[in-house]
Design a protein around this ligand. Structure first.
Ligand code: NAD
Length: 425
């Protein structure tokens, strides 16, 4: 039975790198799944912790001024017991291989929990796309594909967008892959493509909308609930938009890039999210990020990036519940502290799975030569998110685990079973 403490929390774990945070939660879930008893002598836990393969390449990038720079790029393939490796590519100066390993591991558990036939992977390139021209970005995207094409493929490893990449980047990558493969048409090599170039309707909004479908299943309807959203990019903006449309009162939005002057917008009467989005980035802020994050509210949606809620600010939070839109926004210490205060935390691998679920629908459409309408995609997504949320919440309640450890334990069990079936040789 869970005593409410993870093994790393018991050993006075300190907030560390994102990889050590993921491994902390994973370690506790391994204890609960007791894999040695289920699959004696196979050492499955060790085999599921380290990635299957982690490749690092230097990509040579021609800049508009004629200079050439060498940038670090990586692809980490964590596990493919349930299907082809699957996971986004991040363009960000912080996207080094250690960070990418943690994100790849999280993808394995997210796909397993969502019950989609994919494994887990992630890619990174240490560039800052906001400082690059479109031409430089196209060369970087195609350079990434050229460097990793030999380990990618529609039935092998399928990238998608993540922070700093988007549908346009996926289109460039698809084109380069096909050029390298004698023009063989392969739309399923990447997901998250533009709809006009083999993408799926509903993919762009899938993660943000999925987060709201999941939150509604667990917390009930959002009408009149006070919501704060941290990170107003792809995930945060679509989550805020759908919550607003459902009648929630969005009282705080935090994003130092979207807002100018001050990094956040606060209005206890509620913000008209659609109007803010129409105006685009550069809207005048009126609040400090940490103050708005700590505002009293019914639901906090951290949708920015890893470790934004940590040992330093967790005890200030006055939200009643959290649903994680970003990957790993809460560190283990923050998670522990908030759970002890009775705050329900809906974990990332459940709550932000909408993107990879619709990526799976896109891959299926590509394989079958079909185009589904938006209503079909979003209806399927909503049903799946709600069903998965219901199952996990019930399992957490009956097992006595918090939802995060219950999520990891469920996913580990599924991957371990597949690994066991395939034999040990
Ligand atoms: P994005 O780049 O579109 O948006 C992130 C936003 O967060 C940016 O606008 C940025 O300015 C803001 N931000 C950065 N640091 C911040 C901080 N400290 N406080 C407040 N705002 C901050 O990226 P995204 O695609 O929305 O991804 C966000 C998170 O969600 C990442 O952790 C990503 O891995 C995860 N995620 C994304 C998807 C997807 O489909 N896009 C799917 C699953 C998980």
């Amino acid at each position: 039975m869970n005593d409410g403490k993870s093994s790393c929390r018991k050993t006075q774990f300190k907030d560390g790198s994102f990889l050590s945070n993921v491994n902390c939660f994973l370690g506790e879930a391994f204890e609960f799944t007791d894999l040695d008893a289920l699959f004696p002598g196979q050492n499955i836990a060790a085999r599921l912790t380290a990635p299957d393969r982690a490749v690092e390449n230097k990509v040579s990038l021609l800049m508009d001024d004629g200079s050439t720079v060498l940038v670090n790029a990586s692809r980490v393939q964590h596990n493919n017991d349930l299907g082809p490796y699957k996971g986004g590519i991040r363009f960000d100066p912080s996207a080094d291989i250690e960070h990418t390993k943690a994100l790849a591991s999280a993808m394995t558990w997210k796909c397993a929990l969502a019950e989609i036939p994919f494994g887990g992977a992630k890619g990174g390139m240490q560039i800052d796309p906001r400082k690059m021209s479109m031409e430089e970005l196209e060369r970087a995207s195609k350079g990434y594909m050229r460097a990793f094409a030999d380990i990618l493929g529609p039935d092998q490893d399928i990238p998608a967008p993540d922070m700093g990449t988007n549908a346009q980047v996926m289109a460039w990558m698809r084109k380069r892959y096909e050029d390298m493969n004698f023009g063989r048409i392969s739309p399923g090599i990447v997901t998250g493509k533009p709809v006009s170039y083999g993408g799926s309707k509903g993919r762009t909004e899938a993660t943000g909308y999925g987060l709201i479908y999941c939150a509604e299943e667990i917390f009930g309807e959002l009408r009149n609930k006070r919501v704060v959203v941290q990170g107003f990019g792809n995930v945060g903006s679509y989550a805020a938009k759908l919550a607003f449309r459902r009648g929630a009162k969005i009282i705080g939005l935090i994003d130092p890039i979207f807002f100018k002057g001050k990094p956040a917008l606060f209005d206890e009467k509620g913000i008209d999210v659609e109007k803010i989005l129409e105006g685009g980035s550069g809207h005048e802020g009126n609040g400090e990020a940490e103050k708005v994050l700590a505002a009293e509210c019914d639901l906090l949606l951290p949708c920015a990036k890893e470790c934004t809620v940590n040992d330093g600010n967790a005890s200030n939070l006055r939200c009643a519940a959290i649903a994680e839109g970003a990957n790993g926004p809460l560190t283990p210490l923050a998670h522990d502290r908030l759970c002890k205060k009775g705050i329900v935390v809906v974990p990332d691998i459940l709550a932000n799975a909408g993107g990879v679920i619709v990526s799976y629908y896109e891959w299926l459409q590509n394989k079958q030569g079909e185009y589904w309408d938006e209503e079909t995609v979003l209806e399927k997504l909503s049903k799946k998110m709600k069903r998965n949320a219901r199952h996990l919440e019930n399992f957490a309640k009956t097992s006595g685990m918090d939802m995060r450890i219950a999520a990891y334990a469920t996913a580990i069990r599924r991957v371990a079973e597949a690994r066991n079936e395939s034999g040990s040789q």
